[in-house]
Design a binder for this molecule. Sequence first.
Ligand code: HEC
Length: 152
Amino acid sequence: MFKPAFKPAIAVAVASFVVFSVAIAQQGSKSLSPDAAARAHSLYTQECALCHGDTGNGKSDLANAMKMQLPDFTDSKSLAAKSDSDLFNTIRNGKGQMPAESSDRAKDDALRNLIIYLRSLASQTPAAAPAAAPAAPAADQPAPAPPTPPQQ
Ligand code: HEC
């Protein structure tokens, strides 16, 4: 016999599955509101472009003059292996010839948005086709079954 609570339990399970799937689908493609993107862009221009270049490709006059080896943010591979917290710490503390970005100049939130902005520099340029990537699952595949609701 089903208890009366069973149907709501299914609804909750399905709803949380949907929320969960959306959260997964959004991973790696965080985006900023137009306002936050504009602020991140101007912070980048003031604090970072001098070395990293306006487009983020690392080919600035200063980089050239100082013979700095800079990552190319327009290449999606450049930051792919780094987590947001790695990047946060590197930018906050500096690395090699890169000066630390103090919290007087950029608050934690501004830095987090700046990292989303940096990652977006790569998605604006067409990425090279990945070599021998496994075929993407067909779009018309049925969604996986929702998790079984807990029995009560
Ligand atoms: C004075 C020049 C300079 C400025 C200004 C500068 N960087 Fe850098 N940045 C560098 C150099 C040099 C490296 C390479 C460091 C290394 O690998 O030793 C680097 C590396 C990086 C990396 C890669 C870190 C990694 O883990 O490999 C990121 C991300 C980055 N910079 C972001 C920023 C951001 C964001 C700003 C502005 C807040 C900024 N940089 C300002 C010179 C600079």
